[in-house]
Write a protein that binds this ligand. Structure first.
Ligand code: ZN
Ligand code: FE
Length: 247
């Protein structure tokens, strides 16, 4: 299975550095800040060899794409992003849409269109038996979901339900380190959830040591995240509105 490492960038974003173990090839997801991303890629190449093959973009926001051209200029990798948003993404070498497959060494990512946060938001999904890796940008966060900036609660609901059907062992690679603050709202929304209480303690311990809380396991989101657990669109819409105003 692909190895995924979060690269902390900007104030609370992660770019994700991926290595496909058979080929040794590298990919980076949402390289919004070129300097730390280039340093992380160079360190990975020094350590284990390989080369950067792909730059995968999830959506058009600057805090996900701003470093793209600089990273491509340095390594010459192919930039992949949504055809629907090609007009507002950095220049794409490959435009993808629902069902596209992106080869990455011995692995293949499937592209899912996951609107809700933005209209052209896509996710990259790797599965291998009961293992999986989900690069979901700002659609799903640990214990939260993205704001509905360009999409509807119906769209977000559909996107989250698709994620929910992936193998529970799937590692969830989100675009932001929001888990600790998301936990406060999740606990407020679902005060009796013992799994959530235990998961929050784990997250607090992790953050207190300065480690990323991500990737999370899909099984934990299914047990603890009120947004992916919402049984219907109306519940999700209500949760999203309440969280927008939660302090
Ligand atoms: Zn965003
Ligand atoms: Fe973002």
């Amino acid at each position: 299975m692909i190895e995924a490492t979060p690269v902390p960038i900007l104030s609370d974003n992660y770019a994700w550095l991926l290595r496909e173990p058979e080929s040794g090839l590298l990919a980076v997801v949402d390289p919004a800040d070129a300097t730390p991303v280039i340093a992380a890629i160079e360190a990975a190449i020094r350590e284990k060899g390989g080369e950067l093959a792909l730059i995968l973009l999830t959506h058009h926001h600057g805090d996900h794409v701003a470093g793209t051209d600089e990273v491509r200029a340095r390594f010459g990798a192919a930039v992949v992003g949504a055809r629907a948003d090609a007009h507002r993404l950095p220049r794409l070498d490959r435009e993808v849409a629902e069902g596209s497959e992106v080869d990455f060494g011995a692995a293949t990512a499937r592209v899912w269109e996951t609107p809700g946060h933005t209209r052209g938001h896509i996710a990259y999904v790797f599965t291998e038996g009961e293992q999986g890796l989900l690069l979901c940008g700002d659609t799903l966060f640990s214990l939260g979901c993205g704001r509905l900036l360009e999409g509807t609660a119906q769209e977000m609901f559909t996107s989250l339900q698709r994620f929910a059907a992936l193998p529970p062992a799937t590692l969830v690679c989100c675009g932001h380190e929001y888990t600790e603050s998301n936990a406060r709202f999740a606990r407020h929304a679902d005060p009796e959830n013992l799994d959530l209480m235990a998961y929050e303690q784990q997250v607090l311990a992790c953050r207190a040591e300065g480690r990323p809380s991500l990737p999370s396991r899909l099984a934990d989101e299914l047990a603890c995240n009120p947004f992916i657990r919402a049984p219907d669109v109306a519940t999700l819409a209500d949760l999203r509105t309440r969280k927008d105003y939660f302090r």
